[in-house]
Ligand binder design. Structure first.
Ligand code: C5P
Length: 271
């Protein structure tokens, strides 16, 4: 049996630049990943199959359209593999939450099956297949802090070493679909991400559109700001918000302070 963690994806900053003719948006983003995530395991089999357990199993679903199975089929086709794989996904990342859960699972499947099938493809080769599965999937193949441009799938290294930084993720238990948040952007280009700018001076340009769909995101951000983090920001298209702290004790005190709201939380560290 082989196992891969599918780390949750967060966006420390996300600047929207322009709507493209293909319906996607050119953006600039600082991707980061948490030690917290889903877990994908696999045993050899003649056919491809997936079963899903964990708190968000029902929301994720185990059907043919699950990104794990789509990733498996895409890799098998690209590598000419005829073997199968019996996969099990422990789904801990909330769905439609701005945490790239499906993308993380797909990327974990690529890494896992590359091992199971003896391909041992390097990340750059897996990223080509990943880009066909979703804009965030190449970054999830890396699962380390990186800078994304284009749809978010053109990746370059990010110089800040943030590994080990305590992070708190908070979701008000409202699913927010990605497409409508992008569609709600006012299309004002507020400028790109300039290296060296403090994270607090950067933005998530999807926040206003997400707030229009789920106003409770404003309550989450205000509650996180009240814990005096180094940074509080919505991730992706929401509704999950993240906060970074200088230490584990500050992070855990913040988690305790927010607990009465009954929101979903995960306390972790950046990878
Ligand atoms: O690529 P993925 O399937 O994850 O994207 C989901 C949706 O998010 C797209 O259909 C599109 O509406 C939106 N999107 C976008 N621009 C991006 C990434 C995603 O408009 N750069």
């Amino acid at each position: 049996m082989l196992t891969e963690i599918a780390p949750a994806k967060i966006n420390l900053a996300l600047h929207l630049r322009r709507r493209r003719p293909d319906g996607y948006h050119d953006l600039e983003t600082i991707f980061a990943f948490t030690a917290f995530g889903d877990t994908l395991t696999v045993v050899p089999a003649t056919d491809l199959s997936l079963s899903v357990s964990g708190g968000f199993a029902d929301a994720a679903g185990a059907g043919e359209d699950n990104l794990v199975l789509r990733a498996a089929r895409a890799l098998a086709a690209a590598a000419g593999v005829t073997a199968g794989a019996a996969m099990t996904l422990d789904k801990q990342i909330p769905v439609a939450a701005g945490l790239g859960g499906g993308s993380a699972d797909a990327a974990a499947a690529l890494r896992l099956l590359s091992r199971l099938w003896g391909l041992d493809w390097p990340a750059v080769r897996l990223e080509v297949i990943a880009a066909g599965l979703g804009a965030d999937v190449p970054a999830c193949v890396q699962s380390h802090t990186c800078f994304g441009t284009g749809r978010g799938d053109a990746l370059t290294p990010w110089s800040d070493d943030l590994a080990g930084t305590p992070v708190l993720l908070v979701n008000p238990r409202v699913a927010v679909p990605t497409g409508p948040v992008f569609a709600g952007w006012d299309q004002q280009d507020r400028g790109g991400i300039i290296a060296g700018t403090p994270l607090t001076a950067l933005r998530n340009d999807m926040t206003a559109a997400a707030l229009a769909i789920a106003p409770v995101i404003g309550d989450v951000l205000a509650a996180l700001e009240a814990t005096q983090p180094m940074l509080a920001r919505m991730s992706g298209s929401g509704a999950t918000c993240l906060a970074l702290y200088a230490g584990i004790a500050a992070r855990d005190a913040a988690a305790a302070q927010l607990a009465p709201h009954g929101w979903w939380q995960a306390a972790s560290v950046l990878r």
